[in-house]
Design a protein around this ligand. Structure first.
Ligand code: NAD
Length: 502
């Protein structure tokens, strides 16, 4: 029986909840306001199921006010110098760093992840986004083009060049699994490019976005440059995505919602970037260093309770070492301490909500019905039935739902293979193409497989290493475009061509 108790909150978190979790958490044109008619939604602690407070439930009118504010702020923000934008982004990063413990505690409270994950990985990752794009703001450049136009008037010259300009108002829509860092991945490049924004956090995890909003106001971001609307995806999110004055939708979430975003974008030909789902292979070759590979592939799926888009959820192991690796992964999972994320001993927290936990458990039940073996985990635990122990599924066929669909929980599907061509074909036999990892001590195998695998990222002897400088995103049904890196900045900029007779 898993007993969950929540440790006491820091005074900073209690004061934040007092301030923002009473339903006055829309940031519109620099002011914190309630939704029209005072509508609110409950936000829960996923570990206990207890209500933490209420977030504003933004209506169509609230979304419209937020987009109009972003639109009004655009000319002024666009006209700031790169150095002004860089200074502000850097200041935001400094203030986040000063509040890192507040951000980490709130993220755990709202999302469930162990405190150390937020404190040492995700919040620093969010801060790094602002610092990286502060630098990128200073490196935006067009080109002078030596064209071949040959009909210039007598005595005149033709000169042609390009400018980079912000795309305009951006709708940033983010999911609940790593709320703050995924938010930072949209906000930092958009602001660096000179865009203004309306942010829609996930309804289950809006709290750190609201604290970030406070921090950005404190840093001196002009009113209207960042607006935040909280509420349901089906209403607030849909209104935002469809708003005719939104020029670009920067979306992270499920492949299914990604399709709805494409529909919303098509009327006005909005620019879109889509960071969607995955079913990423982790491949252990016979020459792998197993001291590195076993904890590596286990962590690739059990980190953040598997609620990671790039999780290594399909494990392929060479038959010669299959039993050893599977035994190691099961043992690693069984050794992870589950509990409330704020408990310092916790290594794995709950799933984000009872609804999501039921969905994850449904996939495992389906696998059992299809004839797979569940070597560990698979059942829901805890008072709120939101915990699932690390789960290892074997004896599967490639056509089973558990092999093909994204589960988004601590559930790995393991399969043996005999040769490299077979495992490349199996890895690529997926609707997704987000990420992958290959564990090998052979340089030539590493090169060969990293070319052959159909994915946006291939890690060698590691999994889920990321940095603000490295583009991340997928192919196939894992999405369009990239977050992070120079490529992300480009996606918030348009090209303008100037051709002049001088
Ligand atoms: P989701 O698609 O249900 O929701 C994501 C966001 O979209 C939320 O803010 C939600 O409120 C909003 N939304 C829902 N319906 C909408 C609509 N019709 N119009 C506009 N907005 C709408 O996804 P989720 O369940 O919150 O997140 C999990 C998914 O996110 C997984 O599939 C995961 O793989 C994916 N993800 C991808 C990446 C990546 O970088 N590729 C990163 C993290 C998560």
């Amino acid at each position: 029986m898993l007993q969950i108790t929540r440790p006491a909150l820091r005074p900073e978190s209690l004061s934040f909840l007092d301030r923002r979790a009473g339903g006055t958490g829309l940031l519109i044109d620099g002011a914190w306001v309630a939704a029209t008619g005072g509508a609110t939604l409950a936000t829960l602690d996923p570990a206990t199921g207890m209500e933490l407070g209420r977030i504003a439930d933004a209506s169509e009118a609230d979304v419209d006010a937020a987009v109009e504010a972003a639109r009004r702020a655009l000319p002024r923000w666009k006209a700031t110098t790169p150095a002004e934008r860089a200074r502000l982004l850097w200041r935001i990063a400094d203030l986040m760093e000063a509040r890192i413990d507040d951000l980490a505690e709130l993220e755990t409270l709202d999302q469930g992840k162990p405190l150390f994950v937020g404190r040492w990985a995700e919040i620093p990752g969010a801060i790094a986004q602002f610092r990286f794009f502060a630098g990128q703001a200073m490196a935006i450049e067009g080109q002078v083009i030596d064209s071949s136009i040959n009909y210039q008037p007598e005595g005149k010259q033709v000169r042609s060049w390009t400018l980079r300009e912000p795309v305009g108002v951006v709708a940033a829509i983010v999911p609940w699994n790593s709320p703050l860092v995924l938010t930072a991945m949209k906000l930092a490049p958009a602001l660096a490019a000179g865009c203004t924004l309306v942010l829609k956090p996930a309804e289950d995890t809006s709290l750190t976005a609201l604290l970030l909003g406070e921090i950005m106001m404190e840093a001196g971001l002009p009113a209207g440059v960042l607006n935040i609307v909280t509420g349901l995806g089906s209403r607030t999110g849909a209104c935002l995505a469809q708003h005719p004055k939104v020029a670009k939708i920067a979306f992270t979430g499920s492949t299914q919602t990604g399709r709805a975003i494409m529909d919303s974008a098509k009327q006005d030909f909005k620019r879109i970037t889509l960071e969607l789902g995955g079913k990423s292979p982790a491949i252990v070759m016979p020459d792998a260093d197993l001291d590195l590979a076993v904890p590596g592939v286990a962590n690739a799926i059990f980190f953040n309770a598997g609620q990671v888009c790039i999780a290594g959820s399909r494990l392929y192991v060479h038959r010669s070492i299959y039993d050893r690796v599977i035994e190691g992964v099961v043992g690693y999972g069984q050794g992870l301490a589950m509990g409330h994320g704020l408990d310092a001993t916790t290594q794995m927290g709950p799933l984000v909500s009872a609804r999501h936990a039921e969905r994850v458990a449904g996939f495992v039940a389906g696998a059992r019905r299809d004839g797979a073996s569940v070597l560990s985990g698979g059942d829901l635990l805890g008072d709120a039935a939101t915990f699932m122990a690390p789960t290892v599924v074997t004896d599967v066929r490639p056509d089973m739902e558990i092999v093909r669909e994204e589960v988004f929980g601590p559930v790995v599907v393991a399969q043996p293979f005999d040769d490299v061509d077979e495992v490349i074909a199996a890895a690529n036999d997926s609707q997704y193409g987000l990420a992958s990892s290959v564990w090998t001590s052979s340089l030539s195998t590493a090169h060969r497989m990293s070319s052959a695998i159909e994915a946006g990222t291939v890690w060698i002897n590691c999994h889920a290493m990321y940095d603000a400088s490295l583009p991340i995103g997928g192919i196939k049904r894992s999405g369009w475009g990239r977050d992070s890196g120079r490529q992300a900045l480009d996606s918030y900029l348009e090209w303008k061509t100037i051709c002049a007779v001088l």
